[in-house]
Design a protein. Sequence first.
Length: 103
Amino acid sequence: MAAHTRYPPELRERAVRLYQDADPKPTIKHLASQLGVHPEALRNWIRQNRAEHDDTRDRPSIAVLEENRQLKKENTELRQINEILKSASAYFAQELDSTQRRS
């Protein structure tokens, strides 16, 4: 399997602009071969650009993806804190119970 290639942002922008400005629209496969990029990469760039600028619901915007990533991280941290608090509560309840038995 070929290694993952990272294309420069300028190439991405140019490829998307060429596709958008073309009339009639070329096939993605044909335009990708002209630019020397993988067709799926070009297709993803076009879809992402539409999500960013046309407010389509095809793909989430980069801002939404970043917010989701942050929220998942925060959720994980809060779950860990909750588990710690549950353990501490159980420990102190047990200590209180054993102290009351001794009295």
